[in-house]
Design a protein. Structure first.
Length: 432
């Protein structure tokens, strides 16, 4: 009998948690954000839950120092240390194709794959903000189309560099040859954005190449994901929007000549777990009560490219421009438009919805009810798994691992132990 298809779970590691006020909560560990042991412990908790991977996003500017820390330790450096504190869990990092060069990125990621024994993954992004650009010698971010053109070429060059060493090229012979020159080849890339001779100066890593993830929601982002990604981070507020995205990106993968079933689509998921639904809602209310309104309005202005400072908190959200007229990051904006269309919230209610995860799916309830919702998305064509975004670390991750994961395991929806060693193998679900 064929094995049953199972869920995939990543843990998105993000400072004190994904709620905007998490760092203010007495249970947060805000004092430890520069302590590598804090992140190692989070990864160990996720590994105890048999997660496929932990994931770090990244940013290249400081927004508002008073609003709480977002970026502290550089992700590749942190993940290299975390590789030594874990054994099986995958280690995924964001690397910007706008601010790095392909050789630099390929070298670092191949090194992480060696250090971790084949557990490295790369989330390909083009970055977002002009403030980041001005830390890398640019006055402003390049136009959207140019960023994605550069990203597509960036990925092609990185893949060529990883393939510049044959798997058996390195065969040290103390009496003569270190590596077979016939099996280490330059790539001689000459493109619109990059000139790279190669070969890479890191031998082929355990996975051959790290697992590629992509999170773009725009047309160009979806096309890039369809062409090269093995895992896709998605934004979906409800099952209907998740199903629409899932169908579209799987169609694009097939159009690109690839096996759509081999690409894992993972929407973000925020969970509040309680022994009762009332307890779960209390946990959310505790965090929402700590949310500073002024900073939340500033974040909403950033997401919408509108001046929201004069909006009435208890009035309906004013009309916003359609997605076709929006020039910023489109995935988050599209989600905000959907929340407004579906829920007709007041400004204050919208701030609460966006406080954790910025509009990703939020499930509030008991372990059983959350498992029910996860199963509904999984079997309903909305997700192959989820990128878990705990509202507060470490408690919300521990709640999910200790309370929800056993329910999923009992239902046969999730592994009870690791049976594979590399991240790519973790993502290769048993066939249905």
């Amino acid at each position: 009998m064929a094995a049953r298809k199972q869920l995939h779970l990543n843990a998105f590691l993000f400072a004190c948690g994904h709620h905007g006020a998490a760092w203010r909560h007495p249970a947060s560990q805000v004092e430890r954000l520069t302590d590598i042991a804090y992140y190692e412990e989070l990864a160990q908790t996720a590994e105890r839950g048999c997660f496929d991977a932990v994931f770090f996003a990244d940013g290249h500017s400081v927004r508002d120092p008073a609003a709480g820390g977002l970026w502290f330790l550089e992700p590749l450096t942190a993940l290299s240390a975390m590789a030594r504190a874990t054994e099986r869990i995958g280690l995924v990092t964001t690397v910007s194709s706008t601010f790095y060069t392909p050789f630099h990125a390929a070298r670092m990621l191949a090194s992480l794959d060696h250090i971790s024994g084949g557990r490295a993954g790369w989330n390909v992004v083009t970055s977002m903000f002009d403030a980041e650009a001005r830390n890398h010698g640019l006055e402003e971010m390049p136009p959207h189309d140019e960023r994605y053109s550069r990203a597509a070429e960036f990925v092609d060059v990185a893949l060529a560099l990883w393939d510049s060493w044959d798997a058996d090229a390195l065969a040290p012979d103390r009496g003569g040859m270190f590596a077979d020159p016939a099996k280490v080849a330059p790539i001689h890339h000459r493109g619109k954005h990059f000139l790279v001779d190669g070969p890479l100066n890191v031998p082929r890593s355990p996975q051959g190449r790290p697992v590629l993830f992509q999170a773009g929601a725009s047309e160009q982002g979806r096309d890039l994901a369809a062409r090269c990604a093995e895992g896709i981070y998605a934004v979906a507020y409800d099952l209907e929007s998740a199903q629409s995205y899932y169908r579209d990106v799987k169609r694009r993968i097939r159009t690109a000549g690839r096996d759509a079933d081999a690409v894992t689509v993972m929407p973000g998921l925020v969970t509040y777990v309680g022994s009762t639904t009332e307890e779960a809602h209390r946990k959310k209310a505790e965090l929402d009560a700590l949310l500073p309104v002024e900073q939340s309005i500033a974040q909403l202005s950033l997401f919408t490219h509108q001046d929201c400072s004069e909006w009435e908190l208890d009035a309906p959200v004013p009309d916003l421009p359609p997605l076709s007229e929006f020039t910023g990051p489109q995935g988050r904006y599209d989600t905000i438009l959907r929340i407004i269309e579906k829920d007709r919230p007041t400004v204050r209610a919208l701030l609460g919805t966006l406080a954790a995860g910025g509009g990703h799916c939020t499930m509030i309830g008991t372990p059983e009810s959350i498992a029910d919702d996860i199963e509904r998305w999984f079997h309903g064509g909305g997700a192959d798994g989820f990128n878990l975004m705990p509202p507060i670390y470490p408690d919300a991750l521990t709640d999910f691992v200790d309370e929800v994961v056993p329910v999923l395991q009992k239902r046969g929806l999730f592994r009870t132990e690791y049976e594979t060693a590399t991240l790519r193998e973790h993502l290769s679900s048993p066939p249905q």
